[in-house]
Design a protein around this ligand. Structure first.
Ligand code: UDP
Length: 322
């Protein structure tokens, strides 16, 4: 197949591009490199079955020749990155979604939207099933991302249900693994890099808030299965690992696994930071026969090994953000 991956130089996107190429597909990767990195796709550049286009998904996309599938992964996903230019983040979700939907309509391609557990906001029930409509603040620092992603789902609904485009929506829960940027700012990469470079681990708030962490290979497997799900599978589907941990538990695991003896330092909890998050993955199981296979303990081992080799090669990683 000939497949377009927007955001293909990002953490998830680059892992997806490699997997699709390894299956024998031809892949076009479109990325603005705002948060994506060429280093993530360096092993693919120069291959005949891979093409990189540097472009912002906000601009109309024109691709020559046929396309079978489009994965729309283009958007900063770490709070401290997407809050840096909130209007651009919002436009990326909305205009990006419409641009890929129009391209999919023109090419008669299937199109998958990387949506997010953030559509549930600060959830009042746990675990969160797809039927839960969420508790989202429209008027706050996370709204550029949350409401942008919700608006993108609305566009997918309209083009999918009323304009005949074969759409898919994955609601992706916290994902981690090799290829995350050391300065990404999210909790797993922050803690590991801090532990490996002898800095205190930065806990926001009390650390009692929870997240459910999915290893990247499991997540990519879920995305591909969802894309290839039977015709008409247009409803949003949660993809994530239901194992739920407090931020403090995660810090303890990272300290144990790295052997680091470091203090925890507390910072203010960011506004609207969700207090709990855990996916109900019943629908993904029934529709896709999918469930994650890598427990947090094992995924952390692999991710720590990745960051160890990155840090050995480069010395101290780039600026850490508290
Ligand atoms: N967090 C933390 N220390 C960090 C980074 C994040 O305590 O160095 C917390 C953050 O406040 C949130 C959780 O960890 O409660 C997950 O944050 P992340 O940015 O990874 O993802 P989110 O789920 O908030 O998008």
């Amino acid at each position: 197949m000939r497949i377009l991956v927007t955001g293909g130089a990002g953490f998830l996107g680059s892992t997806l591009c490699k997997r699709l190429i390894s299956e024998g597909n031809r892949v076009i990767c479109l990325d603005s490199l705002v948060t994506g990195r060429l280093a993530n796709i360096s092993e693919l550049i120069g291959r005949r079955d891979f093409r990189f286009i540097r472009q912002d998904v906000i601009k109309p996309i024109s691709i020559e020749g046929p396309l079978d599938e489009i994965y729309n992964l283009a958007c900063p996903a770490s709070p401290n990155k997407y809050e840096r230019d909130p209007v651009h983040t919002f436009r990326t979700s909305i205009f990006g979604a419409e641009n890929v939907l129009q391209l999919a309509a023109a090419k008669k391609a299937r199109v998958l939207q990387a949506s997010t557990s953030e559509v549930y906001g600060d959830p009042e029930l746990s675990p969160q099933p797809e039927s839960y409509r969420g508790s989202v603040n429209t008027f706050g620092p996370r709204a550029c991302y949350d409401e942008g992603k919700r608006g993108a789902e609305t566009l997918f609904y309209e083009y999918g249900i009323h304009r005949g485009v074969e759409t898919r929506i994955a609601r992706i829960f916290n994902t981690y693994g090799p290829q995350m940027a050391a300065d990404d700012g999210r909790v797993v990469s922050n803690f590991i890099v801090q532990a490996l470079t002898g800095q205190p681990l930065t806990i926001y708030g009390t650390g009692e808030q929870t997240r459910s962490f999915c290893y990247v290979d499991d997540l990519v497997d879920g995305l591909i299965r969802l894309m290839r799900a039977p015709e008409g599978s247009k409803m949003p589907v949660n993809l994530g690992n239901p194992g739920e941990f407090t931020v403090k538990e995660l810090a303890q695991m990272v300290l144990e696994k790295t052997g680091a003896k470091l203090p925890l330092v507390h910072f203010d909890l960011p506004k609207d930071d969700p207090r709990q998050r855990r996916p109900d993955i019943g629908l993904a199981g029934a529709l896709l026969g999918w469930a994650p296979t890598v427990p947090l303990s094992e995924g952390l081992d692999r991710t720590i090994a990745y960051f160890r080799s990155e840090i050995d090669q480069e010395g101290m990683p780039r600026e850490m953000e508290a």
